[in-house]
Design a protein around this ligand. Structure first.
Ligand code: ATP
Ligand code: MG
Length: 573
């Protein structure tokens, strides 16, 4: 045990020798050992001082005096003595009393990070209150101090100011009232609308559902994008990564998917991390115009927000989603994008002086994303059967999927949709690279009709790609090869799709049946990407019974397929 103790006195003016002497006598008496007192200037401690000794804080600043007075007045209520002398008395005499032990002192502050001493019992992730109502969260518990991130501007916080424990971990308000709103990661509306009445509060970080509480992915989550729904189907409860260079249509895929959930009873949460506010305003505008905002919550931590806010944004969005999932609802959550999230976390941890590893990311960056994406789940029926489907976005540099963050997230998700800038430049949009994309679980969730219509589409496209390269070298090709190339070209064209124009399941099935059955033998391929929608529309009008069958039963027979083919060919004669 130490036989000498050190204490720190914070005040705006230097204390006299006599004052220090008096205080050290008091402390020595109290702690039964000699105490040396150091002095630190603190502009915020006006009209008195704050004395920190061991884990105790003696507050005799203006604020502390008021608190003491308040305590005295509260006692007074029961005793009913004369009030004026009491006020004089309490304000002039310092009764040394330890403040609630839950108060600490800021030792350093800067760059959105503050270190605090005197709060030994704080738990990881606990919310701390600084002067001026500034909120912080404990992230680093060290031997005799803790480091926390600040969610608000740090102007009010300075060395020596007080910090209160709240005993609560970071939580966000959740509820139905958030639908249709744009909020910050702490649930505060930023769309200029009314205050939101929360139904509940949920911790930002919570444990993922256990294996026992889950069931297999078995219901499709349709994106409305033919290339995805046919070859890389996504199921409710799945985690599918969207990865590609900048400006390759990543966000467009996400917004289209949200738009396509209209009338499908899926709640959508768009978490924007480190993006320009103007970009988000555009997304919100698009969603509003398409009538998709009604069932969507936008959580925005823009590029201008602090790294701590960007860091908690996806967890906060996920907590909002879990509220609905536990009520048995289906939720789609998109994180746009996790590269910027990892960068925000990197800056926090470098400021916290954690040892950097590969590409200067901290060692636990894998855990950062795995604990987030593990919260996506399809709950079993006993738990209500709700689901969270997660579509994280990762931005690559020069299509390098083997760098640190992309490899991490690829390994955590159930597949990826790889967007290629080369295809995007050639006008093949959405620029999905069929060879590198995969969906590992969604196939089980695909409807029978879709499975049947897709047939060997992926294989056909792979063959086409090979032949296409080959045909660049040899001039004359045999008839079969020419046919194969023509078929491939046609397929690539019908996989093109404009943003904001999702296709329904029936449209997609018809489109695939037409393409794979006819193989573009009677249908012209020249401007098929423009004409296909019209052809499908006309065919559907003539095969209403098949349309109904797909819609109601989700199946299609070989005879139906043949009939669709005959109808299309009939249209062209
Ligand atoms: P960033 O890296 O900046 O976030 P991003 O990868 O999210 O970009 P988007 O913003 O979705 O890309 O799209 C970039 C541009 O490409 C937009 O102008 C969008 O309109 C256009 N675009 C996206 N998808 C398609 C498509 N299927 N057809 C035509 N244009 C598209
Ligand atoms: Mg984007």
């Amino acid at each position: 045990m130490d036989d000498k103790m050190t204490a720190v006195l914070y005040s705006s003016e230097q204390p006299s020798e006599k004052d220090l002497e008096r205080l050290s006598v008091f402390l020595a008496d109290k702690y039964k050992k000699p105490v040396s007192i150091g002095w630190k200037k603190s502009e915020k401690t006006t009209g008195g001082f704050r004395l920190v000794a061991g884990g105790d804080v003696y507050d005799w600043s203006a604020e502390g005096k008021l608190r003491q007075l308040q305590d005295a007045l509260l006692k007074l209520r029961s005793e009913r003595t004369d009030i004026i002398p009491l006020i004089k008395d309490t304000l002039s005499s310092w009764t040394p009393s330890v403040m609630a032990t839950e108060i600490g002192t800021v030792t350093t502050v800067g760059d959105g990070i503050a270190t605090v001493s005197g709060l030994e019992d704080t738990s990881y992730g606990e919310i701390l209150l600084f002067t001026g109502g500034v909120r912080g969260m404990a992230l680093d518990l060290r031997r005799d101090e803790i480091a926390c991130i600040l969610f608000d501007t740090e102007e009010e916080v300075c060395e020596g100011s007080t910090v209160k424990r709240t005993g609560r971990v970071a939580a966000v308000p959740v509820g139905e009232g958030f639908l249709g709103r744009v909020v910050d990661p702490l649930g505060v509306p930023i769309d200029g609308g009314d205050e939101i009445i929360a139904d509940d509060y949920r911790p930002v970080e919570s444990e993922a559902p256990a294996v026992i509480d889950r069931q297999a992915v078995n219901t499709p989550l349709e994106t409305g994008i033919l290339a995805i729904d046919s070859m890389f189907p996504i199921g409710r409860g799945q985690r599918e990564l969207i990865i590609g260079d900048r400006q390759t249509g990543k966000s467009s895929i996400i917004t289209d998917t949200i738009i396509n959930q209209k009338g499908k009873d899926v709640i959508c949460i768009y978490v924007a991390i480190g993006q320009k506010s103007s970009t988000i305003a555009r997304v919100v505008d698009t969603l509003t115009k398409c009538g998709a905002m009604e069932y969507t919550i936008v959580v925005n931590a823009s590029a201008a927000d602090s790294a701590p806010l960007q860091y908690i944004a996806p967890y906060a969005g996920c907590a909002m989603g879990e509220y609905f999932m536990e009520k048995g609802r289906d939720v789609l959550i998109v994180y746009d994008d996790l590269t910027k999230h990892a960068i925000a976390y990197r800056s926090i941890s470098l400021l916290l002086e954690r040892a950097p590893g590969r590409e200067a990311f901290p060692g636990d960056v894998f855990y950062l994303h795995s604990r987030l994406l593990e919260r996506a789940a399809h709950l079993c029926d006993e738990k209500g059967g709700g689901s969270i489907t997660a579509l994280p976005v990762i931005e690559t540099q020069e299509e390098d999927v083997s760098s640190y963050i992309p490899t991490n997230v690829i390994s955590i998700t159930d597949g990826q949709i790889f967007l290629s800038s080369g295809l995007f430049r050639l006008g093949q949009r959405p620029a999905i690279n069929v060879g590198l994309s995969v969906s590992r679980v969604g196939g089980d969730a695909q409807t029978k009709a879709m499975k049947k219509a897709v047939g060997t589409l992926r294989l056909d496209l792979a063959q086409y790609r090979e032949m296409e390269t080959f045909s660049q070298f040899s001039g004359d090709m045999d008839e079969a090869t020419k046919k194969q190339i023509r078929y491939g070209e046609g397929l690539m064209k019908i996989l093109k799709q404009k943003p904001k124009s999702p296709r329904s399941l029936v449209q997609q099935v018809f489109m695939l049946v037409i393409a794979t059955m006819d193989k573009f033998e009677t249908i012209e391929t020249e401007d098929i990407d423009v004409k296909i929608d019209e052809i499908v529309h006309d065919t559907m009008a003539r095969c209403q019974d098949i349309v109904l069958k797909i819609e109601n039963e989700g199946t299609i027979s070989d005879e139906d397929k043949q009939r669709i083919l005959d109808t299309v060919r009939g249209l062209h004669e």
